[in-house]
Design a protein around this ligand. Structure first.
Ligand SMILES: Nc1ccn([C@@H]2O[C@H](COP(=O)(O)OP(=O)(O)OP(=O)(O)O)[C@@H](O)[C@H]2O)c(=O)n1
Ligand SMILES: C[C@](O)(CO)[C@H](O)COP(=O)(O)O
Length: 246
């Protein structure tokens, strides 16, 4: 059984506001995209990596991906995150349904081997796996600037990535989604939850370091984290990850 990581880098980073897609910005002396690819490339149970890049930037992504032996292809993404996932699913059309696939935001450069290992452990028992953390803010629902709901905070989690699936499950969910004219989604577990509601989604713990670089301030935070991780480098070398020979 093959395990494939998909690094979704098809966005253009409008909220960061840089002229280049944010995944090409350097933190800790290397592009954000390189950090994300390296996290999977250095993780023993990952067999292959598929990089999905924003249109017009494939040469840059191909150069960044070149040193990583597990990268099987760099392909062009779509106009939305979901369309980039669909491009990945099309590229994986020849893979069997039981393939394990981890869909990860390139904008989360500090995903670590422990998180990847927890996802893969859980994929041994579940067809869909999410990574999450509790919220330290109170989260409310709003409509037209009026508060319409206040879910109890202890029932809420902030989703991170990777999100892990048996390929057949995420494939089927997207097939159903494509038949829905009202389809919208902000993540892949949301697609499985909506279109295959009987499929349980197992939640595993993420980390505060696994932040998504979204706004300019996140770049500052990312530089700081990269500096901290550089000091811990010996702990991140291959063989030091949580042992997950799955
Ligand atoms: N068409 C898209 C849009 C997003 N993504 C990826 O999905 C992840 C999360 O998206 P987000 O943080 O929203 O990235 P951007 O779309 O680049 O940012 P923005 O919404 O600010 O433009 C990122 O790694 C991004 O590259 C993608 O693969 N294809
Ligand atoms: C997938 C995700 O990172 C989970 O928190 C998030 O939904 C991506 O949202 P974005 O607006 O595409 O950054």
């Amino acid at each position: 059984m093959t395990t494939i990581a998909v690094v979704l880098a098809g966005g253009t980073g409008q909220r960061v506001g840089s002229p280049l897609p944010k995944q090409l910005i350097e933190v800790g002396g290397r592009p954000i995209l390189a950090h994300a690819i390296e996290a999977f490339d250095g993780c023993r149970p990952i067999d292959q990596i598929l990089v999905v890049m924003a249109a017009g930037h494939l040469p840059a992504a191909t150069r960044i991906a070149a040193p990583f032996p597990k990268v099987r292809a760099v392909i062009e993404g779509g106009a939305s995150r979901s369309e980039s996932t669909l491009a990945a699913l099309a590229a994986l059309a020849g893979e069997p349904d039981d393939t394990r696939v981890l869909l990860h935001d390139a904008a989360r450069p500090f995903v670590d081997h422990a998180i990847i290992g927890r996802c893969l452990d859980a994929l041994g028992r579940y067809d869909a796996v999410a990574v999450g953390l509790p919220s330290s803010d109170t989260i409310v629902a709003v409509e037209d600037d009026l508060v319409t709901g206040m879910p109890a905070r202890q029932t809420l989690r902030r989703f991170q990535t990777p999100q892990g699936f048996r390929l057949g499950t995420v494939r089927r969910a997207y097939e159903l989604a494509m038949a829905d004219p009202d389809f919208t989604a902000t993540d892949d577990c949301g697609v499985v939850h909506r279109y295959l509601p009987d499929v349980p989604i197992r939640l595993v713990e993420g980390s505060e370091r696994n932040l998504k670089i979204t706004h300019p301030l996140d770049i500052v935070l990312a530089e700081h984290i990269a500096g901290e991780l550089a000091k811990d480098l010996p702990d991140r070398l291959p063989g030091k990850e949580d042992a997950h020979d799955l």
